[in-house]
Design a protein. Structure first.
Lengths: 481, 455
């Protein structure tokens, strides 16, 4: 990690000649008054994207954002200011603004010894933008387009985009933390429209992670996304109206794990539980799922979209068990909520950028594999829904009500998949839905790396996953009575 | 340019204080793009600042100060283009950003429909829309307002058991858009809000609800008492919610939920969706898509409104116009690019619509409930179950079951589903309880029938 720290210093501190003594001075400035904890978060982020439609890469964009966020915490109070200038006077001004949260009080002079700790790096400290020549990025998108068109003459539109981000962060905190991370992220997305004599549908696929762009050129991956998008759109062309009402639902493996993210993940974030505003508040140790369910939030998977070597407060990424054999084991914590609840931080303190406050967020959330054969799960259903792909979801963490919307689903009749149905929203109650899980497949899969999670207006990349699951009863929001 | 002079007469001096350095940046960018050989270019530089303060359970929880700079630009080399943006407006930052855009433009394909909007469409008049009411409350003022608001909400009933807090936020921003046609226009505006979210509990279940007020001019916001009272009452009203049996029934979308229906209309008649043939309203211009009594218009020149603007993101003059007249789709929502793709002219909507309004009747919400007699009143929607290609619609909902025109009990964990084409044809009545807190301005809307899935 010392190499990462060196690179982060070069990018974030050296251009404005900031040294360790400046960080020390800023920290002691922040710690005057009754401030319990303070941190300084430096960030440099560079983003590039290329977009193809109508067979041509018609547009591309490039963005650089850098700045520093300064936070001071006194009890449950947080003061926050940021600057997009990295020079010392701007930082001092932001520090003064942030620490005004704790007005008055005696000066408690605390000497902070900033100390870098070595953490395991889960991804290479690369700049993914430079891992492929620009012309090759354009060529890649054109190949994806050609692959999609090749699948079927009914493909009328292909839109594809390729984006790469390098994010460099350096965190200094009053608990002595001095940490840095270099986070690559790439993503390729394909959307197609198919047109069958005026009847149209859309299909999408994509993926990515914390690696370089050559993953897309060295393998069949990108072309597979093109084929998947076309197949999804063609299936939707044949789809009939979806059913309405309560019925058994079988969720496919992989991306349908968005169920876990919405139904229980958000409700297990530490801030809501400290404040007692979650439907899961005060329920650690209780049974909240069937004994077949074990759910983890795991930041430590190499190169995954939701993975973090360290979180945005400098805590090492961890594999946290949320639910074990149906019993709620614990919450996801950042430093502030962990301290106020008297538990350990779990490496879930994340922020969209330097201009946003960190809070407890998910990383890669998934359910461990069970023992059932996926075919046996489908065969067990008399009449129900088999949903294999989803769009977005949302949850009201207080009432626990959550939704997620299928984008590819089929009717199951007498244990057999019979016909595709159009997208429908599934709605349920977070604390109840996992108690309805009666079969868990042996086919755990993680998603392909496209997830974006929003909370309080902040977006962060996440991963989800699960094996095939059977939920005995869930409300399906179709139109057919 | 005469623009700056005009604006000086109508604005308070502090807009100009913010705009002057941005003008320097804009000029540097245009010089740099022409030096790089770009045949044309456009640039947008903006600065916004403000603060927000949240109290929770009677104590300050967070104070956040914001100051955001943003520079974005697009260069054209004949029919090729490249874009770049940054928060770094130093000479170095500008140079890097222009270089990045130019190197992208070298690799993009020629696009016949690309380029700046046509010069003859640039806005030439800049009426003052009365959008600038900076406030910047000091910490004490913001704290007292938020405390009062939350306290009122918590006092609404013993069942209010917890709070997510009350927030006062105040922001203002100035932006300059300029291009190589010689257009240079200033946007400016302030925006303030007061919001409150509390939790009611009956020992078994918890329900959260919220209310907020937002305005350009803080004196036009609802009072702290009113926001707190509504937030508290809404949370209390949801206690004891249950599912209903799956059925087909009339539905009323409360005003703050009804705006989403108009947003779906706009998505479907937007140029991008039309030229990609990914809209269920493809080729519907001139067709009747609503009942005869429905009229929807775009109104960019309403003083003090949140969506008001003199020019769009390409400098094109915005226009007061009819979008739905007597139920007929009159016009699309186009930027210059999508307009060229469709062989049409831009409608001044690069960046979106400005104050979309639906004509309303003379009934308030209680009168609409009477008219519906029996059905579902939807007060909150969750999820994203809208297929813009087919119009298929399915979303999670919460609200109230209505019988004999009276609210009976709260409802949750249900979905409302249909197809937007049918739903638009099913618009029966629009209430007069207009919600002005956004860019789509509507009252409650009564729909003849939808499928509700529950038990």
């Amino acid at each position: 990690m010392s190499e990462i720290m060196e690179l982060a210093r070069q990018r974030l501190l050296e251009p404005t000649a900031l040294g360790d003594q400046d960080l020390d001075r800023l920290m002691s400035r922040l710690l005057s008054n009754q401030v319990d904890y303070a941190d300084i978060y430096f960030e440099y982020s560079r983003h590039e994207s290329w977009n193809l439609e109508e067979g041509k890469v018609k547009s591309g964009s490039h963005n650089i954002d850098q700045g520093v966020g300064i936070r001071a915490i006194s009890g449950e109070k947080t003061g926050f200011a940021y600057s997009d200038e990295l020079a010392l006077p701007a930082l001092e001004q932001a520090a003064n603004t942030a620490k005004a949260i704790a007005s008055g009080g005696e000066n408690k002079q605390v000497a902070v010894a900033l100390k870098g700790e070595s953490n395991r790096a889960l991804y290479a400290a690369i700049d993914p933008i430079g891992t492929l020549a620009d012309q090759s990025k354009v060529d890649l998108l054109e190949r994806v387009e050609a692959e999609a068109r090749k699948q079927d003459t009914r493909v009328s539109q292909v839109m594809a985009s390729l984006s790469s981000v390098q994010d460099i962060v350096l965190i200094a905190a009053s608990d002595g933390t001095l940490a840095a991370d270099i986070r690559p992220m790439v993503r390729l997305s394909v959307t197609v429209i198919v047109d069958d004599r005026g009847s149209r549908e859309q299909g999408s696929a994509g993926g990515g992670g914390r690696f370089g762009l050559t993953v897309f050129t060295d393998s069949d991956r990108a072309l597979q996304y093109a084929r998947d998008a076309v197949q999804q759109a063609l299936i939707k062309l044949e789809a009939k109206a979806p059913p309405a009402g309560m019925m058994p639902v079988v969720l496919g493996h992989g991306w349908p794990g968005i169920l876990l993210h919405e139904a229980i993940g958000h409700g297990l974030e530490g801030d809501f539980n400290r404040k007692g505003t979650s439907a899961f508040s005060g329920r650690v140790g209780e049974k909240v799922a069937s004994g077949l369910c074990t759910v983890v939030d795991d930041a430590t998977l190499p190169e995954r979209r939701g993975s973090l070597s360290i979180d945005d407060e400098g805590t090492a990424g961890q594999n946290t068990v949320l639910i074990e054999n149906g019993i709620l084991k614990g919450y996801m914590q950042d430093k502030m909520n962990a301290r106020l609840m008297g538990v350990a931080a779990t490496g879930n303190g994340r922020r969209e950028s330097y201009s946003c406050l960190p809070m407890p967020r998910m990383t890669n959330t998934y359910m461990l594999a069970g023992e059932s054969d996926p075919e046996e799960i489908i065969a067990s259903v008399d009449k129900g829904l088999y949903a294999v792909n989803f769009g977005g979801g949302q949850v009201d963490i207080t009432s626990g009500k959550f939704v997620f919307t299928s984008s590819e689903a089929y009717m199951i009749e007498n244990g057999k998949i019979t016909y595709p149905v159009k997208g429908a929203t599934l709605i349920g109650s977070g604390p109840e839905v996992l108690t309805q899980v009666s079969m868990v497949g042996n086919d755990l899969e993680l998603d392909h790396g496209v997830g974006v999670c929003g909370k309080d207006g902040q977006s962060v990349p996440v991963g989800v996953g699960q094996p095939t699951l059977k939920i005995d009863e869930l409300t399906v929001g179709g139109t057919e009575l | 340019m005469s623009t700056a002079k005009n604006l000086q007469q109508i604005m308070e001096p502090d807009i100009q204080d913010i705009a002057d350095p941005l003008q320097d940046v804009v000029e540097q960018v245009l010089v740099a793009t022409s030096r790089c050989g770009a045949s044309s270019a456009e640039v947008d530089a903006s600065l916004s600042q403000g603060s927000s303060l949240t109290v929770r359970l009677g104590e300050i929880e967070t104070i956040e100060h914001n100051r955001d700079k943003s520079l974005s630009l697009t260069v054209f080399f004949g029919k090729k283009s490249g874009s770049a943006s940054t928060s770094d407006m130093t000479a170095d930052g500008i140079r890097h950003t222009v270089d990045a855009a130019c190197s992208i433009a070298k690799l993009t394909a020629e696009d016949d429909c690309g380029g700046l909007a046509d010069a003859d469409r640039m806005a030439t008049e800049f009426p003052d829309l009365d959008l600038w009411y900076p406030w910047n409350p000091d910490t004490g003022t913001a704290r007292d307002l938020a405390l009062q608001c939350e306290e009122v909400a918590r006092q609404m009933g013993d069942a209010i058991s917890n709070s997510e807090g009350a927030t006062v936020s105040s922001h203002e921003g100035v932006g300059i858009y300029a291009n190589t046609h010689g257009f240079n226009g200033i946007r400016y505006g302030s925006r303030h809000s007061l919001s409150c979210s509390v939790i009611a509990s009956d020992g078994e279940a918890m329900e959260r609800d919220y209310w907020y007020s937002e305005a350009r001019d803080r004196t036009e916001m609802q009072s702290a008492e009113e926001v707190g009272r509504i937030a508290g009452q809404r949370a209390l009203d949801r206690l004891g919610s249950r599912k209903i049996a799956t059925c087909q029934t009339p539905v009323i979308y409360e005003a703050q939920a009804a705006g989403s229906l108009l947003s779906h209309l706009i998505s479907a008649i937007s140029g991008g969706a039309l030229y990609r043939k990914s809209s269920f309203l493809l080729d519907h211009k001139g067709k009747k898509i609503f009942p005869e009594h429905i009229n929807i218009s775009e109104n960019p020149y309403i003083p003090k409104a949140l969506g008001s603007a003199v020019f769009d993101n390409e400098g094109v003059a915005t226009k007061q116009r009819s979008i739905i007249k007597d139920g007929i789709l009159m016009d699309y929502v186009l930027s210059s690019y999508s307009a060229r793709k469709l062989g049409l002219l831009t409608t001044g909507n690069a960046g979106g619509v400005h104050n979309l309004m639906i004509e309303h009747g003379d009934k308030d919400l209680p009168a609409l409930l009477k008219q519906m007699d029996t059905g579902l009143l939807v007060t909150e929607l969750i999820g994203f179950g809208i297929n813009n290609v087919t119009g298929d619609y399915s979303r999670g909902a919460a609200g109230f079951w209505v019988e004999n025109g009276e609210i009976q009990y709260p409802v949750s964990e249900v979905t409302v589903a249909g197809n937007l084409l049918d739903m638009f044809q099913n618009f029966v009545e629009v209430g007069n309880d207009l919600d002005w807190r956004g860019n789509t301005i509507t009252g409650a809307i009564l729909l003849e029938q939808m499928t509700v899935a529950g038990e």
